[in-house]
Design a protein around this ligand. Structure first.
Ligand SMILES: Nc1ncnc2c1ncn2[C@@H]1O[C@H](COP(=O)(O)OP(=O)(O)OP(=O)(O)O)[C@@H](O)[C@H]1O
Ligand SMILES: [Mg+2]
Length: 392
């Protein structure tokens, strides 16, 4: 009984903290984050997840498995075990988690806290009942439930979440792994970006490449990132462009079963666009869709995937393009079709293996690593296709 009342107090405190941050001002933020009890006891998480049973397993990504859990309060949670050794001390880990706790937006999955007992560190998130976008989009029996209005809302919501991460969060976060399985859907199929800031928990590690080796996110990577490890907000923009094309077409960015011409989504879209047949890309399972919006999304997807970094719009411009009726999108040039495999060769299925030197040991000063200020500068200096300023 005392254990239950303790838990109730814990959740009440957490809820109070959440409601306080809903109407936050910046000065309150630190105080609120510091007052949060961000640690979950391992014992409590074991009970919640049935001792991390296979039945509770939601999936397994590049960082480790994710389990569904049920807290005594009735709240459902998702527990992500970080099985990859971060070699990060507890203090640094705690600081990063505190920062992520302050990174809140309606289009981001809410982090509730962490657990640092035992051999593995864990992150505890809100549970989203509809799992991730890939479950719907790439399953023909489910993709019909994603009508055009829902898809357009997902395209816009992800843009809004990314804009927050790039421009409005307490510290700029380059996601590095935007893809369909990292877009979770709430009960109304609203999108929430997951796994943001994970790279910060693995300083000095080539986290993205590790993740991508295991989960095969090959097709979403911008060529300059895949080839040379150049990281900027525009690498996220590239991945977002591929995601938009997947949402419109209802197919994966690479599907060998579709034949040589169609296998690579980006080349196929570019070919259709050049022939003035872009709308042929739209998912055949959509019985109705808005032609103008679909054409705009295809054009936007191509713009985001431009080979030249400076020719890709930033997320501010993307958001404007999506929300304004009067914005005329520039004509896209040839997208970055080559080089997305970088120094990697794809083997079977979704795995990829490295062929020679590692991206993390490249000689350039913009190598892939967590939070390099040079990398951040590189991203800030990227030129966008539009100089429109929202006044922020
Ligand atoms: N908060 C959550 N609520 C519900 N389901 C989740 C949640 N977080 C993750 N999942 C599910 O667990 C699966 C595994 O997630 P995980 O992030 O480990 O792998 P991934 O997204 O496929 O790869 P990566 O490690 O590159 O992100 C996801 O596909 C998603 O469906
Ligand atoms: Mg994920």
């Amino acid at each position: 009984m005392s254990c239950l009342s303790g838990l109730r107090a814990f959740w009440e405190k957490r809820l109070r903290a959440c409601s306080r941050t809903a109407g936050k001002d910046a000065a309150d933020d630190d105080a609120v984050a510091d007052s949060w009890d961000l640690f979950f006891e391992l014992r409590i998480l074991q009970i919640a997840t049935n001792s991390f049973s296979e039945l509770n397993k939601l999936g397994h990504g590049g960082f480790g498995p994710v389990y569904k859990g049920l807290m005594p309060s009735g709240q459902q949670i998702a527990v992500k075990k970080l099985s990859v050794d971060s070699r990060q001390g507890l203090r640094e880990f705690t600081n990063e988690v505190k920062l992520l706790l302050k990174t809140q937006h309606k289009n981001l999955v809410t982090l509730l806290g962490c657990c640092a007992e035992g051999p593995e560190k864990m992150l505890v998130y809100e549970y989203l009942p509809n799992k991730s976008l890939d479950y719907f989009l790439f399953d023909k029996s489910k993709s019909a439930s994603l009508d055009w209005t829902t898809r357009f809302r997902i395209v816009t919501g992800v843009a809004r979440g990314l804009l927050y991460l790039h421009e409005e969060a307490p510290e700029r976060i380059i996601h590095r792994d935007i893809k369909a399985s990292n877009i979770l859907l709430d009960e109304n199929l609203n999108p929430k970006i997951s796994d943001f800031g994970l790279a910060r928990l693995f300083p000095g590690e080539d986290t993205h490449v590790n993740t991508f080796r295991i989960s095969g996110t090959h097709g979403y990577m911008a060529p300059e990132y895949a080839m040379h490890g150049y990281l900027s907000v525009k690498t996220d923009v590239f991945s977002y462009g591929i995601l938009v094309l997947e949402i419109v077409s209802g197919r994966k960015n690479h599907d060998g079963q579709l034949g040589a011409e169609k296998a690579d989504l980006l080349s196929y879209t570019w070919m259709l666009h050049q022939k003035g047949r872009a709308l042929e890309l739209v998912d055949p399972s959509l019985t109705k869709f808005n032609n103008d919006e679909a054409a705009m999304c295809i054009q936007l997807g191509l713009l985001c995937c431009q080979q030249t970094v400076a020719e890709r719009p930033d997320m501010n411009t993307v958001h404007l393009m999506l929300s304004s009726d009067s914005f005329t999108l520039p004509r896209p040039g040839k997208p970055g079709i080559q080089g997305r495999g970088g120094r990697w060769t794809t083997t079977t299925g979704s795995t990829a293996t490295r062929t020679n030197a590692t991206a993390s040991t490249n000689t350039g000063s913009t190598k892939v690593s967590g939070g390099s200020s040079f990398v951040e500068e590189f991203s800030r200096n990227s030129i966008s296709v539009s100089s429109i300023d929202e006044g922020r």
